[in-house]
Ligand binder design. Structure first.
Ligand SMILES: C[S@@+](CC[C@H](N)C(=O)[O-])C[C@H]1O[C@@H](n2cnc3c(N)ncnc32)[C@H](O)[C@@H]1O
Length: 496
């Protein structure tokens, strides 16, 4: 991979200078063809090692006591806003402070028809404007409506473009801080340089001061790119085509990470008739060479047509043992049938952003679906995994068995957060069955993974550690002879 290093002496990049000055011992900004600016490691990092801590550049919180915010609320109610209101509020809050009289645009907040609101110093705004946005052709209708509502027709084009650019900066670079139904967001400089990967090598979280903390989740070598996931741990389980569609529709780019470039998709694993695992191609339909007989003979499926397959095409699966197979249509048919169920599953609710979610009214019982899925889908199939999750929640007596199966599947690196959370759930299921040593072991695994991902002061780690302690305590209580009760030995003595 060839990089162009953006060093401190290159005055073209304020962000690169900032990173070199404040985080230069750990990271540097570089440029990669097709991705733009990226963050590279300046030294080697061990798993669990902290890479950086960064203070927020701008933080915003929804506040309906402010008249300018109320104007946005009215526009939202009238259906005039294209994106979530908090992005527009963040753009307005990234204008310069009313007292900044240095430019015409700098006086915008002071000139509004409503009282001035909290804005930022000019220097902060200039830094924010260096963050990634798609190419802008002009202000959007929503921004023009806002300008009209806040400034009247006097608002001029350069101001509209500035607001549009700030809006895009927030859409493409911000982190969600919403809590208890109150929307909020934050942007950073160094952290905004990081690319997404579906197999990320770093994990981030925000601490109680909203500082950005980044840890290595796998070994990272000097000059290697540092990547995080823009998707949630559950979304990382989706097949390549859906992950890519999600990133395209929400973040506006086609992912070129190592996992998305894999030709076969482990999240779409099927059972070949030989008993081995058969994987689908990551780009469905591309490998098709001739049509297959569509009569699947599968109950309730009838005759499968091209249009009924998940991506409207027929596919060939590649078996680990016998190679390309174009006769495994029963598995594909079941996948197509289960898709509406999976899309309606709460963990994957963001899929609604990708395409209209067709949720059938007569959603079937997950335990029945699970039975069918296990006969045709491979353990690594995302829908089989989601079914095991659903059944483990609905039927606590099966939780230990199903969570253990899920954990076995998720032994790979990119699933680390999910794996840690699965260990917590398994610990709870074992604890409720009175299996305290096993529960303790599961909580210990969770605590270790969470410390590695987020540090040992993170609330999720502390919770797992305290659950582990509770399981330990229970074990000790079980082992401790109760002073009031006669032990078998004492009873035996008395009898003699
Ligand atoms: C938050 S910015 C990251 C920094 C950005 N590269 C820059 O030059 O400012 C997000 C943008 O980086 C690019 N990007 C991030 N991850 C990517 C990936 N996995 N594949 C392709 N482009 C990616 C996309 O253009 C995306 O909209």
């Amino acid at each position: 991979m060839s990089y162009i290093w953006l060093r401190k002496e290159m005055k073209s990049s304020l962000v690169a200078n900032h990173v070199a000055t404040y985080h230069g011992e750990a990271v540097a900004v570089a440029q990669i063809a097709g991705k733009g600016r990226v963050l590279l490691a300046n030294v080697d990092f061990e798993p669990g090692e902290r890479i950086l801590l960064e203070y927020p550049l701008i933080e915003v919180v929804a506040d309906d006591s402010i008249p300018a915010f109320q104007v946005l609320q009215r526009l939202e109610q009238d259906g005039q806003l294209e994106f979530s209101l908090i992005f527009y509020w963040a753009a307005l809050s990234s204008l310069t402070q009313p007292e900044d009289k240095s430019s015409r645009i700098g006086r915008m907040v002071a000139a509004a028809l409503v009282p001035p609101w909290r804005a930022v110093p000019k220097e902060t705004q200039v830094q924010a404007l260096e963050l990634h946005t798609p190419e802008l052709t002009g202000p959007s209708p929503s921004v023009l409506k806002i300008l009209e509502a806040l400034w009247g027709y006097a608002a001029e084009a350069p101001a509209a473009l500035l607001v549009e650019q700030l809006l895009q900066v927030w859409i493409y670079n911000s982190f969600d801080l919403s809590e208890d139904g109150k929307e909020a967001g934050v942007i950073f400089l160094a952290s905004a340089m990081m690319s997404h990967s579906c197999a990320p090598n770093a994990a981030w979280h925000l601490d109680e001061n909203n500082s950005y903390i980044l840890h290595a989740r796998s070994p990272i070598e000097q000059e290697q790119e540092i990547t995080i996931s823009y998707l949630s741990p559950d979304e990382l389980m989706l097949p390549s085509s859906l992950r890519r569609q999600l990133l395209e529709s929400t973040k506006g780019f086609r992912c070129s990470c190592s996992r998305c470039l894999e030709p076969l998709d482990v999240a779409r694993a099927f059972l070949c008739t030989c008993g081995a695992e058969a994987l689908a191609h990551a780009e469905p339909g591309l490998q098709a060479t001739s049509p297959v007989p569509w009569d699947t003979g599968f109950a309730n499926c009838g005759v499968l047509t091209r249009g009924e397959l998940p991506d409207g095409q027929w596919e060939e699966l590649v078996c680990n043992s016998c190679g390309p197979r174009s006769d495994l249509a029963r598995g594909l048919a079941l996948e197509a049938r289960l898709l509406p169920w999976a899309r309606s599953f709460p963990d994957f609710s963001t899929l609604a952003k990708v395409r209209e979610t067709a949720v059938s009214a007569d959603l079937e019982v997950p335990s029945k679906l699970l039975f069918q899925a296990e006969s045709l889908l491979g353990d690594r199939h995302w829908i089989l995994d989601a079914l095991r999750h659903a059944v483990a929640t609905a039927e606590p007596q099966r939780a230990v068995e199903l969570l253990s199966q899920r954990l076995e599947v998720h032994q790979e690196d990119y699933c680390m957060t999910l794996r840690a959370r699965l260990h917590v759930s398994l610990g709870k299921a074992l604890f409720s069955e009175g299996r305290f040593p096993a529960a303790e072991a599961s909580y210990r695994e969770a605590a270790e993974l969470l410390a590695l991902l987020f540090g040992d002061d993170h609330p999720e780690h502390l919770e797992a550690a305290s659950l582990k302690q509770a399981a330990e305590q229970k074990q000790a209580d079980v082992r401790k002879p109760d002073a009031k009760m006669p032990t078998p030995n004492r009873t035996a003595k008395k009898r003699r």
